[in-house]
Ligand binder design. Structure first.
Ligand code: FPP
Ligand code: ZN
Length: 325
């Protein structure tokens, strides 16, 4: 169930799924009206987006809004300086990011901040230049985040088991690992990861059912197909899990009547798990295999990028930076 305060993310999950399945956002999804709605959630005074109309701005929904505008090729609608200023305003002196003015800190927000800046072309690189080659000084220091400290904070969240938590000393969690590995991929700083140890921890998440769980002793859940597979894909270790067994588990989570996917077999589907199920199947090469076998799956499917969780062609069109091993 997508509640009103997170409608923005719900729209991103739904639209990205439609893109992956070959729908044309302009012709088939009314992208212009959708972007009008996205802009109705923009707070011009601070530069952030709320999760719905009349909701306060937040890092999570600012990223979802930018992802939707990127998907629809409508990024010209935003004032990039203002959005950049909003994200900078949420960085703390230890390099971490808070989600909004109320102060919760979480590595999810580090990922959101770095991806959002990359999308608007304002991500400074670790060696002091923006990815477009513009000197940091030229961009105006007041507009750039401190990328070195952002990476240092993520490094502080590495645990003895090789995983990452939400804040330093917090338990390793596959969702946070995606955020940290994704953020390091965007910053081109994967050298801080112990790849074998983390790859092993992630591969250990595969259960007897073939599904993946988010932490030891937890039940498998279809969304971890994405959080874990994308991380393994960035680390070049996707072969460390059994792809056929996972594919089988994901397909078991689909409701044969409405087509949606649930967190696990037999449960009711939702847009969140449907997106991550389809995205996971894409990384597993499921649709390519079916197309190769001569089955017409869709007219024109699109691949997903493991770092950005956006179609690979969108990432390419925007020239977004990503390190993969
Ligand atoms: C688990 O959620 C997932 C996470 C903690 C990662 C969330 C990542 C983001 C919000 C960043 C943006 C993501 C994308 C794809 C662009 P949960 O609350 O379901 O965990 P649980 O299984 O422990 O309940
Ligand atoms: Zn889930």
């Amino acid at each position: 169930v997508v509640t009103a305060h997170m409608r923005m993310s719900g729209m991103y999950w739904g639209l990205t799924t439609m893109c992956l399945l070959g729908k044309n956002l302009q012709k088939e999804m009314g992208s212009e009206a959708l972007c009008d709605w996205v802009m109705s959630c923009y707070h011009a005074d601070v530069g952030g987006f709320g999760g719905g109309t009349d909701h306060d701005p937040h890092m999570l929904y600012t990223l979802s809004a930018l992802q939707i505008l990127a998907l629809c090729d409508e990024l010209d609608r935003v004032d990039k300086d203002m959005v950049c200023m909003y994200i900078k305003s949420l960085q703390l002196s230890d390099g971490s990011f808070q989600g909004d003015i109320w102060g919760e800190v979480d590595t999810r927000f580090s990922y959101c901040a770095l991806q959002a800046l990359a999308i608007i072309g304002r991500l400074p690189s670790l060696d002091g230049e923006s990815h477009e080659g513009v000197e940091l000084a030229e961009m105006g220091k007041s507009k750039a985040i401190n990328i070195v400290r952002a990476v240092d904070f993520i490094k502080e969240c590495i645990n003895f088991d090789g995983g990452f938590g939400a804040v330093p000393t917090a338990e390793s969690h596959a969702g946070q690992i995606f955020c940290c590995v994704g953020a390091l991929s965007i910053a081109r700083a994967l050298h801080v990861v112990n790849v074998d140890q983390l790859g092993w921890w992630l591969a250990e998440r595969q259960c007897d059912s073939g599904g993946l769980n988010g932490r030891p002793e937890k039940q498998a859940d279809v969304c971890y197909s994405w959080w874990i597979l994308s991380s393994l894909s960035i680390l070049g270790k996707m072969s460390w899990i059994d792809g056929d067994k996972l594919t089988h588990f994901i397909l078991e989570c689909q409701d044969p009547e409405d087509g949606g996917f649930a967190d696990r077999p037999g449960n009711i589907g939702d847009i969140f798990h449907t997106f991550f199920a389809i995205a996971g199947l894409h990384l597993l090469g499921y649709f390519k295999r079916r197309a190769r076998a001569g089955e017409v799956v869709f007219r024109e499917y699109r691949d997903i990028d493991p770092t950005y969780a956006l179609p690979t062609d969108v990432v390419k069109r925007l020239g977004l930076p990503a390190q993969v091993l």
